[in-house]
Design a binder for this molecule. Structure first.
Ligand code: UTP
Length: 297
């Protein structure tokens, strides 16, 4: 039903300078996989296999990542190292990728509006790849949200409770609980000043949006920081009672900040990388010992 997922990935990533001077923030690896690949994986797991990426100047590495690298792949063909590409090859087989460029970085709302050309007139998911969401216990966050969309057919934002002193970094909602973990949003405010947050429920980087958001965004004036804010456009939808907020299951890391990035790296190393399939070295060691056994025999 929802097929498309938009990845706004044109931001400058200034909190990560100098690393992001010539490299997209979304290509920063968490252990050995770039952030964007975690995001695309999550979208695909939710059934959203049409991947639409809003890029910008200096972001070509993003398109290249979802393409063949003939020279490298030829070089490792038939070796154990080929296994390390199985994840990305799977995504390339199962997803389509389209790109558009945001020429001026006028904010997340503007980036989403830039993506209209790829989305058209249908509901869609939005993933901010620098918010890494992992649910070791079951469905990913976007998949959890898609289930609610099937039931309610309106825009949905993912929320997380944050400490009061952190609320000023986020869009914050107020609303009425209609089911455990699910709220009908009454109001929302982008980056509230200290003491002015309506709650501690902060919007994180996962959304399902209905396509009327594009018309609203077209008429949305620049807000906080002079940027076109998606929160301001969603506020209009929520005044019609058409926005839900969902307190998702799983862990979320703000990989746009140094602290969040380090936390995510440690978490994924312990819980995914170490636990997952064998590393290339282990495969090589196995192959070497098999060869040694063969030659002894
Ligand atoms: P951020 O608020 O994290 O901004 O954007 P940023 O520029 O990426 O990073 P900092 O704050 O300078 O370190 C949230 C998301 O919106 C996208 C970003 O790529 C990120 O995924 N974005 C933001 C755009 O695509 N275009 C914009 O104009 C702004």
């Amino acid at each position: 039903m929802i097929k498309k997922c938009l990845f706004p990935a044109a931001g400058y990533g200034t909190r990560f300078l100098p690393a992001t001077k010539s490299m997209p923030k979304e290509m920063m690896p968490i252990v050995n996989k770039p952030l964007i690949e975690y995001g695309v994986d999550e979208a695909l797991q939710s059934g959203l296999h049409e991947v639409c990426i809003v890029t910008g100047r200096g972001k070509r590495a993003l398109d290249d990542h979802f393409d063949i690298n003939y020279e490298l792949e030829h070089q490792i063909q038939g070796t154990a190292k080929e296994e390390t590409l199985s994840g990305i090859r799977g995504l390339m087989d199962e997803c389509t990728f389209s790109y558009t460029r945001q020429r001026e970085m006028k904010g997340l709302g503007h980036a989403i509006l830039t993506g209209e050309t790829l989305i058209g007139d249908e509901p869609f998911g939005v993933v901010l790849a620098d918010d890494l969401c992992i649910n070791l216990e079951g469905d990913g966050v976007l998949a959890q949200m898609v289930e609610f969309y099937k039931q309610f057919r309106c825009s949905i934002v993912a929320i997380e409770e944050v400490p009061a002193e952190e609320a000023h970094k986020y869009g914050v909602i107020s609303g009425e609980m209609i089911k455990p973990g699910l709220y009908r949003v009454e109001d929302m405010v982008e980056k509230p000043a200290e003491g002015e947050a309506p709650s501690n429920m902060a919007i994180i980087g996962r959304y399902i949006l209905t396509p009327d958001i594009f018309d609203i965004l077209r008429d949305t004036a620049p807000g906080r920081n002079g940027e076109i804010q998606i929160t301001d456009a969603l506020r209009e939808q929520c005044q019609k009672g058409l926005v839900l907020a969902y307190k998702f299951k799983g862990a979320r890391f703000d990989c746009g900040s140094i602290e969040g990035y380090i936390e995510a790296t440690n978490y994924c190393y312990e819980n995914i990388y170490k636990a997952e399939s064998k590393t290339v070295r282990e495969i090589e060691v196995n192959e070497e010992s098999l060869e040694a056994a063969d030659s002894e025999a």
